[in-house]
Design a protein around this ligand. Structure first.
Ligand SMILES: Nc1nc2c(ncn2[C@@H]2O[C@H](COP(=O)(O)OP(=O)(O)O)[C@@H](O)[C@H]2O)c(=O)[nH]1
Ligand SMILES: [Mg+2]
Length: 415
């Protein structure tokens, strides 16, 4: 049972957390922290003598002086975790922590060994805590803590790079600059906050993909385009059936940003109950998506969307076939459109580029500050709105909120 956040902060308890993900793995890491962490772990640790460390496979056990050894901070010690009946080869690493030292037990992975070691430590009164609470006790800087909690969920290398930039100070430097500018040059501060505001779409999709719905009449070419886009990006993750049998989703990356493609039911006027259910589901997905690709088959009479779509690109499909209509006759002037053939691949690169431009009008530069948690995104929006009214005093009062990453760090789907 994990402790509540309140407990870990208010007490000098001995606590532990498994730092590695549950599941099958060669190595697992259990970390213990607290005033008694070293002697409690030491009571189950049998080190290999330094002389014999080279011949670890002998199973040699050194005369036991583990406590002294463990007290030599910063060391890695090779030996066994031993409960008197069973033992596992481990490496113990001691690191200086925030207030208390941290003892890491690097053991064999997989749920069984980890659970056995953690159970043994539980009998010593060491209590398990959630990873976020663990970080609260070991990493002093709240922005760095938030990054560490999110990093395992980063969906692409670019997303991870953005998070690491914030870990290395990009966010805090930017906020302190805004703070200073608000005193001497508030108009400049407003420009910086406007830039942060533009980066919110990126910040909201580091651990959660942009949702792009494929929509249009039956036979418009939706499923074929989905496959072509996945093939084009060469990053197929297995398409999974959605909650209804007519929504298929697949995750991919376009230009390094995480994208979820949603293939929705073909739209047409119908009285068939089953088909209507699929269409109603599709309508909901279109309204919630970050972007809808409305597909129109150029080789058949055009079918326009039945509802107003806020974020939409018109995709003229099957352009390898003879067209029976022309875009300028059908689409409003200024409508975003692109012609593709999923069969020949023509236009796919253009479509991918246009799609990313629409989703991410502003991409961060390396090392740039990005509001990277839901809390920081909403505080940025709030500050941006106040700065638009030129109320500098109110803006100054809001700045401390931009150091608070908030508690909810991940969208519920991944969290
Ligand atoms: N010539 C040609 N045929 C296509 C293209 N894209 C799809 N099709 C064909 O159009 C039909 C319907 O495609 P499909 O992707 O199943 O449409 P959906 O109902 O919108 O998912 C299939 O026979 C596809 O092979 C294309 O770019 N060129
Ligand atoms: Mg289909």
């Amino acid at each position: 049972m994990a402790m509540s956040r309140h407990d870990i902060r208010s007490s000098g308890d001995n606590v532990m957390a498994c730092l590695t993900a549950p599941g099958v793995a060669a190595i697992g890491v259990i970390a213990v922290r607290g005033p008694q962490a070293i002697p409690l772990v030491a009571s189950h640790f049998r080190p290999v003598s330094r002389k014999k460390a080279a011949s670890l496979s002998d199973g040699a056990i050194a005369p036991c002086r583990p406590y002294d050894d463990l007290c030599a901070h910063g060391q890695a010690l090779v030996g066994w975790f031993d409960d008197g009946r069973q033992r596992d080869q481990v490496v113990i690493v001691i690191r200086a922590g925030h207030m208390f030292p941290v003892v890491e037990i690097h053991c064999h992975g997989g749920p069984a060994v980890i659970e056995w070691i953690m159970n043994t430590l539980r009998t010593k009164g060491i209590r398990e805590v959630e990873i976020q609470d663990w970080l609260r006790g070991t990493v002093g800087d709240s922005v760095q803590r938030a990054v560490l909690a999110m990093l395992p969920y980063a969906l692409t290398y670019k997303a991870a790079a953005v998070l690491l930039d914030q870990f290395h100070g990009a966010w805090c430097r930017c906020i302190s600059q805004i703070e200073q500018l608000l005193v001497h040059a508030p108009v400049e501060a407003r420009k910086l906050v406007a830039r942060l505001q533009n980066l919110i779409p990126v910040g909201r999709h580091l651990c959660f993909p942009f949702q792009v719905a494929l929509a249009g009449a039956p036979n418009a070419g939706k499923s074929t385009l989905l496959n072509a886009l996945l093939g084009y990006t060469r990053a197929i993750t297995s398409p999974q059936p959605g909650t209804t049998r007519d929504v298929v989703s697949a995750d991919t990356a376009l230009e390094g940003w995480p994208i979820r493609l949603l293939d929705t039911a073909g739209w047409r006027k119908t009285k068939d109950a089953l088909e209507l259910a699929g269409i109603n589901k599709a309508l909901k997905i279109w309204s919630e998506a970050d972007l809808v690709l409305w597909l129109m088959d150029v080789s058949n009479p055009p079918v326009r969307p039945p509802v107003e779509l806020n974020h939409c690109i018109f995709v003229l499909t099957k352009v390898d076939l003879e067209s029976v209509w022309r875009a300028e006759e059908i689409l409003d002037e200024g409508a975003n459109s692109v012609s593709v053939s999923a069969k020949t691949g023509r236009g796919l690169e253009n479509l991918a580029r246009m799609l990313i431009q629409r989703l991410i009008p502003a991409a961060p530069e390396p090392g740039e500050a990005v509001p990277f948690t839901p809390g920081l995104c909403s505080s940025t929006e709030e500050l941006h709105a106040v700065l638009q009214t030129a109320n500098w005093e109110a803006a100054r009062r809001l700045v401390p909120k931009l150091y608070d990453t908030g508690d909810r760090l991940l969208p519920s789907e991944t969290g």
